[in-house]
Design a protein around this ligand. Structure first.
Ligand SMILES: Nc1ncnc2c1ncn2[C@@H]1O[C@H](COP(=O)(O)OP(=O)(O)OP(=O)(O)O)[C@@H](O)[C@H]1O
Length: 912
């Protein structure tokens, strides 16, 4: 048995051609296309046209199997045919410079694409992402000059012959919007396209063979079965039970729909174009199809005695909804168009439920149906195409083959030709209206799904012994409708339309890449793709159970072609067992894998989290350091500016003080000047009086001031003396003390004395300030009250000074007393002189005096205390005793006179 599937020619490959790199499509090498010398008599899905001569059932089945085998053999090497048609540029496109030679036909099978400069592809090429020159191979390439007739001859002629012989065929056009798909399928009224030509061709071949019998009941029964895509054996179809069973479906499927009337002459269930349906046609549509468009087609090769009944349907897939194009659209705008449903028959094959099938007797009638459908089809004007198809439209023609009645009743079969005009792929962003954008989205999605299906099919065909990929037919309505043609119900043929204009270069390239994958597909029913897989499963099972059997069987296992039916039920059960085991094994494997992956992910996550934590803490640290630095700088700046500010302030203050002092001096000088020049007798009396009073008060104040100053100086000098005395005492006290306790007491006393002195100094400073303010007040001759207040405060300060001095004196007395005590203690300690100690202290041989003082220190201390320490016999000094000059000064500064108005105060002599 021949190989069922042709081996894949590999994936898309790049190759260098000259300087420029080439991108070669999947090889649509048609070398392998076998000449259909002996065309199969039975389609894979169509029930066999069993010759009546067949005597037994077994013979019939055998014949069917033989035919299937021969077809498989042929089909296994035949690839899907992909035709390319390049449309001519329009005048407008030429004017806009769309012709740059980016599409170049190398020969009738090879096309070269050279990326124009402005294209996206050229830009990605510059970045080294893709190639700038691409090479694609097709079954046949038709250039811009190709006429509709020529193209029909190349693509459809054989297809028409195939359906007449009972095959199912699909032709679909694929391409970017405005690339000429509708032109190719339908054409214009002057240049009709593939479909009208195919209709003419079919009816021309069926001339004199159309079925005119009134009794179509059994035929339609079978028809229904085929419509639903079932494969049934011929003998089954004629059983009464089945006929009864199907009757309900007949009426359902041939129901009247929008304007289509039941043909009077076709008996039950038939729908004809004879009346009613043509009312949908407008005058402009009522153009008759020129049946001479085709040249003589030659031999038809049809079997003798076979009659045909022809049925057509037309529907569209618009925004993922199915609409019957032969149903008149609702007249009321508010009413929605009725949608059709896709259903699966009991064998799981999809079919369009409630679709109108119209019985036609001529090409003209079929043409009219096409026109009606076209009127209902969704077209819109886009920026690229004024009459752009916004839906995928599918026109189907079914031929009911009715064989002459034999012993076992009528034998029939159905073949189908579906022509699908796909909507063009387009860039969604080019659409300006929301509705157009939605349409474009749906179109692109369904085309993408078609691409995925083709890719999956190709994968399954190329990897037969591996588990097949799921082909995503169910992902879009389009692929579900076409599913049968890719699954072995028939064969498909693709027409790729391209527009050579540079503006659509990138989209064209994508369309060609898609078609390149399609060229790798080979025809064949999908059920067979599993045969090799099932065999490999069985081999695996054998291998597990018995090695020897495997080897034995292995030799026979080269024959992998055939159908699932070639396996007996036991083998299939074994395969199921193996599959179950495989499922179980894969489940366990997956769980282990999942656990591993989870663990890995967890550890990676932990690592990532730890890294993040580290990074975060580092960032935090650096942030903190930065903040600290920043705030330190700020504090420093603040300190500096404060320092500057205060220095400035102090300087200003000093300047002010100096200024004030200068003013004071100046005023003092002025005052003394005034004393020398009394007011002139010419001045007014009042001012004279003021001036004189002012003059007298200021002079007395000046006197006071000078006196106070003198006292202060005296005080100062006395203080200096005291300080010197204190220093002297301190130096004396710093001599080594005989006993620690004594010295500490003296030290403390001294400290206290020093503190008192400091206090005294401070008081004196304050006194000086008071005096200054008194002087200032003195300058304001008119403000005597202030002066008096200042003097009063100066008096109180002086009193305080006096008190402080007294305290100091007391402290001094205490110190002296302490010293004396110390001397006593020392003398007592040194009383029984020991030779060692005396030598050390330097007092060896010296006699203590009568008072027991230290021989050396005593005269020293005495000298210190002489004149300072009051004699024990001396009378105690009263506070009023003028013991010091300061005290004298203080005494002279007795409390100020009461602050009463003193016009009669003679001593001050000033009027306030
Ligand atoms: N081979 C051709 N010769 C002359 N004119 C052509 C040819 N192919 C296409 N055209 C013209 O190009 C224009 C666009 O064609 P058409 O409407 O068939 O594109 P389309 O691919 O169906 O677009 P859409 O996907 O938007 O429906 C039409 O005006 C058509 O007449």
């Amino acid at each position: 048995m021949a190989l069922y599937f042709a081996s894949s020619r590999g994936l898309l490959t790049d190759e260098k051609e000259g300087v420029a790199a080439l991108f070669e499509s999947t090889a649509a090498d048609f070398g392998g296309l076998s000449e259909p010398a002996t065309l199969p008599e039975i389609s894979i899905i169509s029930p066999p046209a069993v010759p009546q001569a067949m005597s037994t059932e077994m013979d019939q089945v055998k014949a069917v199997m033989d035919r299937q085998g021969s077809e498989e053999e042929e089909g296994s090497t035949e690839r899907v045919r992909v035709y390319l048609r390049i449309r001519p540029l329009t005048e407008g496109e030429k004017e806009r410079g769309g012709e740059q030679g980016c599409v170049c036909i190398q020969d009738d099978k090879t096309l070269l694409l050279q990326a124009p400069r402005d294209s996206l592809n050229a830009k990605t090429t510059e970045r080294g992402v893709s190639q700038s020159v691409h090479k694609f191979t097709f079954t046949q390439i038709s250039g811009p000059d190709t006429t509709q007739q020529e193209f029909f001859e190349r693509t459809m002629k054989e297809t028409v012959r195939d359906i007449l012989l009972g095959e199912n065929r699909l032709l679909y056009t694929y391409g970017v919007t405005n690339s000429g798909k509708t032109y190719t399928v339908q054409g214009t009224s002057q240049e009709v396209g593939l479909l009208p030509r195919a209709l003419v061709s079919v009816f021309r071949k069926l001339q004199g063979r159309l079925y005119d019998s009134l009794d179509l009941k059994p035929v339609l029964c079978q028809d229904v079965r085929y419509l639903n895509g079932n494969e049934v054996q011929a003998e089954e179809m004629c059983r009464d039970s089945l006929l009864k069973e199907e009757e309900g479906m007949i009426s359902q499927n041939s129901r009247l729909r929008g304007g289509v009337s039941v043909s009077c002459d076709s008996g039950i269930g038939g729908v004809s174009l004879a009346s009613g349906i043509t009312t949908q046609l407008e005058d402009s549509d009522n153009v008759c199809l020129d049946t001479d468009i085709l040249s003589h087609s030659g031999e038809d090769g049809l079997e003798e005695g076979v009659r045909f009944s022809v049925w057509v349907s037309f529907f569209e897939i618009y925004n993922e909804f199915l609409y019957d194009l032969l149903e008149a659209p609702p007249t009321l705008q508010s009413k929605k168009r009725a949608t059709l449903r896709l259903s699966d028959d009991r064998h799981g094959n999809p079919y369009v439920k409630d679709l109108t099938w119209v019985h036609v007797r001529s090409a003209e009638e079929a043409w009219k149906v096409l026109k009606i459908g076209r009127r209902n089809q969704s077209f819109a004007s886009t920026h690229l195409n004024h009459t752009s198809s916004r839906s995928h439209s599918i026109f189907s023609l079914r031929l009911l083959h009715i064989y002459p009645e034999g012993e076992r009743g009528q034998n029939t079969r159905i073949s189908e030709l579906s022509v699908c005009d796909l909507a063009g792929s387009e860039r969604c962003k080019d659409q300006r209206s929301g509705e157009r954008m939605k349409e474009a989205n749906n179109i692109n999605t369904s085309l993408h799904t078609l691409g995925r299906c083709i890719t999956a099919l190709r994968h399954n065909q190329g990897n037969r012994s591996r588990p097949p990929l799921v082909v995503p037919f169910r992902d879009s309505k389009l692929t579900r409708v076409l599913q049968g043609f890719f699954n072995g119900r028939g064969r498909s043929c693709m027409v790729v339309n391209i527009n050579p204009c540079v503006s659509t270069y990138d989209e064209t390239l994508q369309a060609l890449k898609f078609s390149a994958i399609a060229t790798q597909l080979v025809h064949g029913p999908s059920t067979k793709t599993r045969v090799a897989y099932i065999q490999s499963l069985l081999r695996e099972h054998e291998l597990r159970t018995n090695d020897s059997i495997w080897e034995e069987e292995g030799e026979h296992s080269q024959d992998e072609e055939g159908d699932v039916t070639m396996f007996d039920s036991e083998a299939l059960l074994r395969a199921i067992e193996v599959l179950k085991g495989e499922v179980q094994r894969q489940r366990v494997e997956r769980e282990v894998l999942e656990a591993g992956v989870r663990q890995q992910v967890c550890s990676e996550m932990m690592e990532v989290i730890a890294r993040m934590e580290n990074d975060f803490s580092e960032t935090l640290e650096s942030e903190r350091a930065l903040m600290e630095q920043r705030y330190e700088d700020k504090v420093n700046n603040l300190q500096k500016s404060l320092k500057r500010f205060y220095i400035q302030e102090i300087e200003e203050r000093d300047e002010q003080i100096e200024q004030l002092a200068a003013d004071l001096r100046q005023r003092g000088e002025e005052g003394s000047g005034m004393s020398g020049s009394p007011p002139s007798p010419e001045a007014p009396r009042r001012s004279r009086r003021q001036a004189s009073s002012c003059f007298s008060s200021s002079s007395s104040l000046a006197e006071d001031l000078s006196r106070v100053r003198a006292e202060l100086e005296l005080c100062h000098s006395e203080l200096l003396e005291k300080t010197q005395e204190l220093r002297h005492y301190q130096s004396l006290l710093s001599l080594p003390a005989p006993s620690g306790t004594l010295t500490t007491t003296v030290d403390r006393k001294l400290e206290e004395g020093q503190r008192g002195l400091r206090q005294l100094r401070l008081d004196l400073q304050r006194l000086g300030r008071d005096l200054q303010s008194a002087e200032r007040a003195c300058c304001h001759s008119t403000n005597g009250e202030k002066l008096r207040l200042a003097l009063a405060s100066a008096d109180s300060t002086i009193t305080k000074q006096d008190q402080a001095l007294r305290e100091l004196q007391n402290s001094m007395l205490l110190v002296k007393m302490d010293l004396r005590k110390k001397i006593d203690v020392l003398s007592k300690l040194q009383a029984p002189p020991t030779p060692g100690s005396c030598v050390k202290r330097g007092c060896g041989g010296a006699e203590p005096d009568a008072e027991g003082d230290h021989p050396k220190k005593l005269p020293f201390l005495r000298s210190i205390l002489k004149g300072r320490t009051p004699s024990r016999n001396a009378p105690p000094r009263t506070p009023n005793t003028p013991a010091t000059p300061c005290a004298r000064v203080l005494r002279s500064r007795q409390p100020s006179p009461p602050l009463t108005p003193a016009p009669h105060h003679k001593s001050r002599g000033c009027v306030f």
